[in-house]
Design a protein around this ligand. Structure first.
Ligand code: AMP
Ligand code: MG
Length: 347
């Protein structure tokens, strides 16, 4: 395979989702058809897209991201009708969920058909599929006339990109086109749901909450960590993480604030640069330290939207240590806590 990294002249194209200039999307769609890599916005985070039916193009994704081959890719399609080309079996429950939540941040794991190669699925007999809820993403899939395999457009294990600038800083020089359509709305990745098991299992918490899925499927469960590792191989290691070491403090209220201040002081006394991730209400409690606010504690959607961008800012400020408050483990808070826990792992 030809060396791909750091040899590409990356073109950056601005596309306004509310006033799409189709000639640029046609150009990007053609690039996908020709086997090139295009980073594009979705409602969750920016994705790094390639033709899901072109093995050589798929290999470029792994190379550009430095992503190990054991980590399977999500396939993005344009509408529900197309799904029958890529899955062997589309159960009724999956159809119901698709009709309710697509386009949207729900990825379903289904038995794959022969048209999906082992490169997409890392050799698994299932494929992860979703329809994104973003005019530019849908326009790109339509123009490409192909399903688009797209992991998040960041270097492997780094925080996912929520702006084109994040993509540029990780992948400029390694990919062909970056579409800039501003900040993403949700800011965390899709929920990954395995619909091949009974009961249905959530393999990754994300943009569609456990609570809203449970309303439709009362016996749905969140898979244990060891199942997640077995079934969703990309999730085993430290992931979604900033470059700085991240410490997640689990205590609540005043005890949490006290503990964060104590740990922050200890590290500062050792000459380390410390950043704190906090909710708006507690900002003042950490005066004297670099504080990045995610939003009001109760506004978990805003907190989710801002998480990765604020972690990246603390990295840009060259913090050695980031200490984070914990957030309520409910609704989008579950996904925030999931990412903070993974980012704070040592391995
Ligand atoms: P991302 O890099 O955010 O696109 O994440 C893709 C994740 O989806 C992978 O890391 C896997 O954990 C999960 N995934 C993709 N395909 C499958 C599959 N066939 N079975 C289970 N999980 C999958
Ligand atoms: Mg990713």
């Amino acid at each position: 395979m030809k060396e791909y990294s750091n040899s590409v002249d990356t073109r950056i194209i601005k596309i306004d989702p509310d006033n799409i200039d189709w000639k640029y999307l046609q150009l990007a769609g053609q690039a996908i058809r020709e086997g090139r890599l295009v980073a594009f916005p979705t409602e969750t985070v920016y994705g790094l897209g390639a033709d899901a039916l072109n093995a050589e193009a798929l290999l470029k994704i792994f190379q550009a991201k430095k992503r190990p081959f054991y980590d399977p890719l999500i396939v993005h399609i344009y509408n529900l009708k197309e799904i029958y080309d890529y899955v062997e079996f589309f159960p009724d429950v999956a159809r119901t969920l698709g009709e309710l939540f697509w386009p949207g941040p729900l990825t379903m794991v289904l038995k794959k058909s022969k048209s999906i190669s082992d490169i997409v699925t890392s050799g698994l007999d299932t494929v992860a599929i979703r329809i994104p809820d973003h005019k530019v993403a849908l326009g790109l899939i339509k123009e490409a006339r192909r399903p688009i395999a797209a992991p998040s457009a960041n270097l492997f294990s780094h925080t996912s990109p929520t702006t084109a600038w994040h993509v540029i800083s990780d992948l400029k020089g390694s990919i062909d086109i970056i579409i800039d359509s501003g900040e993403t709305l949700i800011g965390l990745e899709s929920t990954v749901l395995d619909v091949t098991t009974s009961p249905l299992q959530i393999l990754r918490l994300g943009g569609i909450t456990f609570e809203s899925l449970k309303k439709i499927i009362p016996d749905i469960i969140i898979a244990d960590d060891h199942i997640k590792i077995k079934k969703a191989p990309g999730m085993l290691s430290r992931h979604y993480s900033p470059l700085a070491k991240l410490i997640l403090v689990k205590d609540k209220d005043e005890k949490m604030i006290e503990k964060i201040r104590k740990i922050a002081l200890q590290h500062r006394n050792k000459g380390k640069k410390v950043g704190v991730i906090a909710c708006q209400e507690n900002r003042e409690k950490y005066s004297g330290f670099i504080v990045k606010v995610l939003g009001e504690a109760k506004d978990l959607n805003s907190c989710a939207r801002n998480l990765y961008a604020q972690l990246r800012i603390l990295d840009e400020l060259k913090c050695d240590i980031i200490i984070s408050e914990n957030f309520e483990d409910i609704g989008m808070g579950r996904a925030i806590m999931d990412r903070l826990k993974r980012a704070s792992r040592n391995c």
